[in-house]
Design a protein around this ligand. Sequence first.
Ligand code: DP6
Length: 326
Amino acid sequence: MRTTTARAYPNIALIKYWGKRDEARILPAAGSLSMTLDAFETTTTVIPTPDGVADTLELDGQPADEEATRRIAAFLDHVRALAGSEQKVMVASRNSVPTGAGLASSASGFAALATAAAAAFELDLDTRDLSRLARLGSGSACRSVLPGVSVWHAGDDETSFAEPVSAPDMRMVVLTVDRGRKPISSRSAMRLTAATSPFYDAWVASTETSLSAMIDACSEGDFTRIGEITESHALRMHALIQSTTPPIRFLRPQSVAIFDAVEKLRENGLEAYSTADAGPNVVVLVRPENTEAVARALEGLGDIRIVGPGPGAQLLPEGSEVPSGA
Ligand code: DP6
């Protein structure tokens, strides 16, 4: 075993993953498609602890709470099973934005951890198997193993991984309206949706249809169609989530104001489309040449950050270790 460090970036889904058909193996009810970003990265170091009796986790220099530690220990059990090892490790992870705010996502976290842990345990995994492994930590993490635009197939344990999709060059204008921790995790909210929403089956069926339309639009380089499907699919997901018992609403008045402003931009001939994950922050999809104009037009509606397609998860050279706070 050796000490390893990896870096991965979050992704923003254009076709959303919301619902599992297998909780233990994290198999999604439908496929999804996203763009891995070039900002908001997570860097993670895995250090073998020969005398350790349990895995430990440090997040941004602080010991993590019990729940987060349990979640990464459960993930590391999958890695140990693959490696035929019982070795416990220390994990030190650093996010470039606050954890739990909807952007420092579990996607970048588990993509980085899977990459670092696989190397630490000397598993020789190709991209496909690394994507499958990351999926066991957090579903959306399987897409952050890949660079740029990728599709995550629903499939079974063997066939549910992300792979690249050809797509036009695109940018995103990220508007952060709230940096606080989410009131409910994606995982719990997803479970509640499947258990209580009367619209869940229709969501799953229509997501498959939207996904194949999206893959066609991507391969044709049809930005307008990509944008239209993106915005419509995001609104469907939020409608679905609001239909749970008890209802959950992630979008805030400021989020809705951004959707309105983006619609106005389109009416005025500037093409842009909104999406939002399980939180109040809004991400606006634009053509590269319109990025600055859209960002300027949305000034004042949130903290703005312009992002583009980013790299897949990668191992960093020795000497890149995340400093431990201990
Ligand atoms: C709204 O991947 O965080 O961002 O698999 O339970 O860990 P778990 O969920 P997670 O859910 C992400 C949901 C989403 C949509 C998406 O990224 O596709």
